[in-house]
Design a protein around this ligand. Structure first.
Ligand SMILES: Cc1cc2nc3c(=O)[nH]c(=O)nc-3n(C[C@H](O)[C@H](O)[C@H](O)COP(=O)(O)OP(=O)(O)OC[C@H]3O[C@@H](n4cnc5c(N)ncnc54)[C@H](O)[C@@H]3O)c2cc1C
Length: 401
């Protein structure tokens, strides 16, 4: 690791990087270079206006995002605000923070002031993965990773808040590389004193995570592997593609909610001979009679929607954009309840889910259970503490009278 140094040259041969030369004159051999560039908030305008900018670390605001001058507020990357959970002054660089602070300020300007308390979360695109991070980590004494890693699966690492005076501090789940170890591994704890370094089993971690409800949010990477067959020029059957599902989306307005459309067929069409991907063309997730949609959904625990940062209106908008057809079928009065003119073959891939129907009966389904949904009005509820992933094949049928 070379920290705090600059780069003077990236050296290459035949179009490929071979080394990096540092400003200090060292040459470090490399075949991949990741250059992390730090930033500083631009506080000059605020300083000129006589506002407090700390030591250049951000425009100082109170819990309502107001500076000492009540006619000036600051939000987003440049604002240094008191963290509702720790009381410490922090500055965050994320889209969530900028957008939620804008909402908070708009509420104050329109006469409904409330302090800024949104749970920080962050998403990013890393190749085929869309990792999401909830909470902030400022030290921890438990760390672990969930089991179930492997090709096409996420590894969820959870850092739990410290017991004692800092109890209640939010931890930081992180998404690891998707090709993690096949067997659950434990992570060493940081040394907290002269004692032995204990180890946390994933089971222990899961048990603790249940206590810290805010941490038990669902997280689903959408890089599920999809293998597609077709025919080559000689008419032989071959694998024509093998990789992540191209049409997959991790929702930003409801952390842990993800949908993927691995395949679709239209009524009366023969099987695509070359195995060309039809999903980019799909404009509705509810198939016409005789058509099909292959859907994989991951639902976070319903408790996620109780978080003050959850906004059902913006979530509804994202659903309309990302799950067209199904979003429109959702009832406004009874969130989650809907009916589509389809017979749905469903299987629970992982987790626990509850099926709600008209008569109020709640049917719990868990990993490996299958369901046949005959065009009935229904809702999927996640009353568990973890995510649930379901695969469905929706088969379009004529609408019932
Ligand atoms: C390379 C990169 C990747 C990122 N990736 C992610 C990500 O994956 N996920 C995530 O959540 N966040 C990400 N972020 C952070 C995210 O983009 C920022 O947190 C967010 O855009 C901040 O919004 P903002 O409105 O506070 O500031 P900005 O988006 O920076 O907007 C400030 C605006 O003010 C203008 N401005 C500045 N000074 C003046 C002036 N004196 N007069 C008039 N206008 C002025 C600027 O030109 C700019 O348009 C990334 C940032 C960068 C740079």
């Amino acid at each position: 690791m070379v920290l705090g140094g600059g780069i003077s040259e990236i050296v290459g041969r035949d179009g490929r990087v071979t080394a990096v030369r540092t400003a200090a004159g060292t040459t470090v051999p490399a075949d991949l270079v990741v250059y992390g560039v730090g930033v500083l908030p631009n506080t000059e305008l605020a300083a000129t206006a006589g506002l407090d900018i700390g030591t250049g670390t951000g425009v100082t605001v109170d819990a309502h995002l107001s500076t000492a001058d009540p006619s000036v507020s600051a939000i987003g990357d440049c604002a240094a605000f008191p963290d509702a959970r720790t009381g410490r002054r922090i500055r965050l660089e994320s889209v969530q923070n900028a957008a939620d602070q804008a909402r908070c300020l708009a509420a104050r300007l329109t006469g409904t002031p409330r302090p800024y308390t949104a749970l920080p979360w962050f998403w990013s695109h890393q190749g085929p993965l869309k990792p999401q991070i909830a909470g902030l980590s400022a030290g921890y004494d438990l760390a672990g990773r969930t089991p179930g890693s492997g090709p096409g699966r996420a590894v969820l690492r959870v850092l739990l808040s410290r017991a004692g005076p800092d109890r209640g501090r939010v931890g930081q789940p992180r998404l690891g590389p998707h090709d993690g170890p096949q067997t659950p591994r434990t992570r060493p704890l940081p040394r907290t004193g002269g004692g032995r370094r204990p180890r946390v089993r994933p089971q222990v971690l899961r048990g603790r995570a249940r206590v810290h409800r805010p941490l038990t949010y669902a997280l689903k990477e959408t890089a599920m592997r999809r293998v597609v067959t077709g025919h080559d020029a000689q008419g032989r059957s071959v694998v024509v593609s093998d990789g992540p599902v191209p049409r997959a989306h991790a929702f930003t307005t409801l952390p842990g909610f993800a949908s993927a459309l691995p395949w679709a067929t239209e009524p009366g069409e023969p099987a695509p001979r070359a195995g060309d991907d039809p999903t980019a063309e799909v404009t509705g997730f509810v198939p016409a009679p005789g058509g099909t949609r292959f859907l994989v959904l991951t639902l976070p625990p319903d408790a996620t929607m109780a978080d003050p940062s959850f906004d059902p209106v913006v979530f509804g908008r994202e659903q309309l954009a990302e799950s067209p057809g199904i979003a429109e079928s959702m009832e406004i009065e009874n969130p989650g309840m809907h009916a589509t003119p389809t017979v749905d073959y469903g299987i629970v891939l992982a987790g626990e889910v509850t099926l709600e129907l008209d008569d109020g009966a709640l049917t719990k389904l868990s990993t490996g259970d299958i369901v046949v949904q005959n065009g009935t009005r229904h809702g999927w509820r996640n009353h568990s503490d973890g995510p649930v992933t379901l695969a469905f094949v929706l088969i379009g049928v004529p609408a019932a009278n």
